[in-house]
Write a protein that binds this ligand. Structure first.
Ligand SMILES: [Zn+2]
Ligand SMILES: [Zn+2]
Length: 237
């Protein structure tokens, strides 16, 4: 009861409105959430061929084993939700974004880590300390915290560190992206990475742009003996 009262008072002080239709008392109403389109099935992010298990085809494979995104960044509603979450700092939107991934996976139960979550770990793509301080949170980590109990896969946020404060990939041209992200990640020196050698890692981010960020992070993990690394994103650009 006390919590409810607190929520009511907060609603009066800071009224919430659905960011897409303006309905009161929510940041994203169920109607607008249900209108966000999810992909029909997983596909290879590089050649777009269908892949029900979510694995990247052998001829396109670099460091990532598999790739899953719930929807397209071209979907205006999804883009608006992600932008409000990240750039207007509406942390609460992590929940519907995690639910969108979960919805996609329930419709695509052949995806390997959904079918057999054993030994998988969710590792959100880290932000540079300075960017995280400015935003007040790491968007990938917030989505990961909501997603972890849904998938029954633990989340680990202290494996990767970002040492370069890179420019946002979305704002760069294709050829600039690779250069921008190169050597951006390191393994946290305080972590005993050899204790994780039997783990499979799911790198999580809000948007999968060209794949350079995920591949770069996967490369660092692979260099240290992690054999299976997946990329999971809410949206594919
Ligand atoms: Zn709405
Ligand atoms: Zn391919």
């Amino acid at each position: 009861m006390a919590i409810r009262m607190g929520e009511k008072i907060l609603d009066l002080l800071f009224p919430r409105f659905c960011l897409l239709c303006g309905r009161e008392n929510t940041y994203l109403c169920p109607d607008c959430f249900s209108k966000i389109k999810t992909y029909a099935s997983p596909f290879c992010p590089y050649c777009r061929s269908r892949s029900p298990e979510g694995t990247i085809c052998p001829s396109c494979k670099k460091y990532l084993t598999g790739f899953v995104a719930a929807g397209s960044y071209k979907d205006k509603r999804l883009k608006e939700v992600i932008k409000t979450f990240k750039y207007k700092f509406v942390k609460e939107l992590a929940n519907p974004l995690a639910l969108l991934i979960f919805k996609f996976l329930k419709e695509n139960q052949e995806v390997e880590f959904f079918k057999n979550p054993l030994n998988f770990l969710i590792v959100p793509i880290p932000l540079h300390k300075r960017r995280e301080r400015e935003r007040g949170f790491n968007q990938a980590e917030e989505i990961g915290k909501q997603l972890s109990p849904l998938l029954k896969i633990p989340i680990k946020t202290d494996i990767l560190l970002r040492r370069k404060n890179t420019k946002p990939q979305v704002k760069l041209k294709k050829e600039e992206r690779k250069k921008n992200i190169k050597d951006a990640f390191i393994i946290n020196p305080k972590i005993d990475i050899s204790s994780l050698k039997d783990k499979k890692i799911i790198l999580l981010d809000d948007v999968f742009t060209s794949g350079s960020t995920m591949e770069e992070a996967a490369k660092v993990l692979r260099d240290r003996g992690i054999k299976e690394i997946w990329a999971l994103a809410v949206a594919k650009e």
